[in-house]
Every structure is written in structure tokens, then in C-alpha cells.
Design a protein around this ligand. Sequence first.
Ligand code: HEM
Length: 335
Amino acid sequence: MLAEARPGDNQQEMARTARTPFMRLALWTTALTYALILVGSLVRASGAGLGCPDWPRCFGSWIPPMSVEALPPQFSVDQFNATRMWTEYLNRRLGVTVGFFILATVVSAWRHHRHEAHILWPTVAALLLTGYEGWLGGRVVAHELAPWIVTAHLVVAIVIVQLLLYATAYAWYRRPQASSGTSSAALPPEDAAHRRTLALTIAATIAVTYVQVALGTQVRGGVDDGLDAGVARAVVLSTVGWWDGAHRVLSLGVVSMTLLSLLVVWSRHTHELLVRRWTHIVVGLAVAQTLLGAGLAYVALQPAPQVLHLSLASLLMGAQLVQWLVVRWEAAPDA
Ligand code: HEM
């Protein structure tokens, strides 16, 4: 029999799912950070990384030159390409905007949650890492896109997203109207033990995916080196060496660990809506990412799927963290 809706149910549901000002800001900041990762990968795919040959200025000034005639004498005409320069310049401005949003998120965390270490400190860490990321961006330019710096740049961006998602999820589970706490201790002991095993599996998958991302950026570095040396796109992967083989093999590790968590959820947690939903999202992203990677490796290594492969990697790692937090913090489902 269907339960009858009672007056006030609607308001209760709205209160239960309402987001606090801190959570809204943190979510906007996370979305902007993702946009920055996307623009950053577009910059790379279009070869605009050195569109501004210096840092933090662009061709020696804060507003780039409007034409080649306006170039300061220390720069050569060969270094100037208007499209690449503006793409890279916009990327840097978006980076500054994200920096301000993260600062605003820290201020909001201080105003609303200064006594909650799990909210305040992740946002402070995200701010410090954003400063470090800006400095690393400068190193990327100074070292002409050396692969290990590009790897560090991407890994730090993913850590920033995960810190913001952690603080947001914590705030969500700490709302007075939340039906769940920030621990699964309220579950019956047997269920809590299953949750712990599942959380461990997901944490291990996250660690392996970090290694996979680092390997991927090394593959990308090898691809860029090959293309710069004049190797044809169709065969450039064969010049990358063992990084490529390791990246392909480890993708089997990421996918099988993800599928293992799916099996565990299907066998023991089918009635837990959020656990199931986030596991399905993670499985979908991991499978899509693997198919896309296979397309890059065996069909065609084209710029558009290259951008998508990197963006999906960062989305996958954000979703994995949320999946892990939901498994740890979502209390037992309503009976
Ligand atoms: C869950 C699985 C995977 C993850 C998380 C992942 C992640 C990544 C990342 C982060 C990059 C660097 C992108 C960049 O810096 O622009 C990359 C590059 C690459 N990956 Fe994957 N990858 C996965 C699976 C695969 C698979 C299964 C293959 C092939 C069979 C593959 C082939 C490649 C290739 C060819 C590149 C270089 C692409 C380029 O030059 O832009 N990946 N991967």
C-alpha cells in the first residue's frame, strides 16, 4: 500500500535535502575547479601551454599584447600566436578566479564551521594547495611542460577537488536535519563491518587510480615528445615505452577493483540507495574511461578524446571519493 502524503511532508523533505550556504559555495568552487581542469586540458590539447612564454605575466605584461607589433623587444615574433596566447591567458585568469572562490570557501568555513576541523582544515589545505598549484603552473612553463611537473599539476588539482568534496560531504552529514551521522557506527555491528570492508576496497581503488593517473600523464608526456620530434600520430604510442604498457595493465586493476565493489554492493547493500547510486556512477565512469583509453590506444589518438580522457579521470576520482564517504557516513536506510 502506498503511504499517504501528509501536510508538511513536503517542507520536511525540502529541509532534509536543503544545502547550507557553505555547501553551495563549496559545490560551486568544486564545479569551477573542474572547469579549470577541462580548460587546462584544452590548453594542452591545442598546444597553447606556452602561448604565454613567461609567468606570471604574459609577454612581459598583465594584459597580453594585442598584436605582434606590440611585442616587447625581448620576445621573438616566432613565440607569438594570438589564439594560443589568449587561450593560455584565459586559463590563467580562470585559475585566479578559482583561487578567489577557494578563499571565499575558507572564509565561509570559518564563519559557519570554525569548530569543525573536518570542514575547516580541508578547505584551508585546498587554499594552500591552490597557491602551490599556481607556483607549479609557473614551473610547467619554465620547464617547457616536463612530464613530471604536468603529473604533479594534475594530481594536485584532483586532491583539491577531493578536499572540497570531503568538506562539503562532511557539512551535509552534520546538518541538524540530516538523518545520518558522520559515522556508520549507528548501523548494526554486522552491517558496519561490511561497510568497513567496502570502504577499504574503495580507498584501495582510489590509491590505485592515483597511480594510474600519474602513469597516464607520463604516457601523455611521451606522446607530446614524440609528436614534437615529428613522429606520426598513428604510431607515436609505440615510442612511449614501458609507461604505456604499465598504464594499460593497471587499468585492468582499476576496473576489476571497481567491479569488486559493485559485486559487494549488489550482494550486501542493495537496499542502501545512496551507496548503490554512487557505486553505479563510479562503475559507469571507470568503464567509460577504459573504453575511451582503448579507443585512444587502438583506434585514433585525437585531441578531443584526449581532453575527454583527462576530464573523465578527474570526474572519476571525485566520484570515487564521494562513494567512499557515503559508504562511511550514510546511516542505515529507512526501514
Ligand atoms: C580507469 C582507467 C584509466 C584512467 C584513470 C586513465 C587516466 C589517464 C590520464 C589521467 C591520462 C593523462 C591525460 C593527459 O595528461 O592529458 C591518460 C593518458 C592516456 N591513457 Fe589512460 N586512463 C585509463 C585507462 C586507459 C586505458 C584502458 C588505455 C588504453 C588501453 C589508456 C590509454 C591512454 C593513452 C593512450 C593516454 C595518452 C593520451 C594522450 O596522449 O592524451 N588509458 N590516462
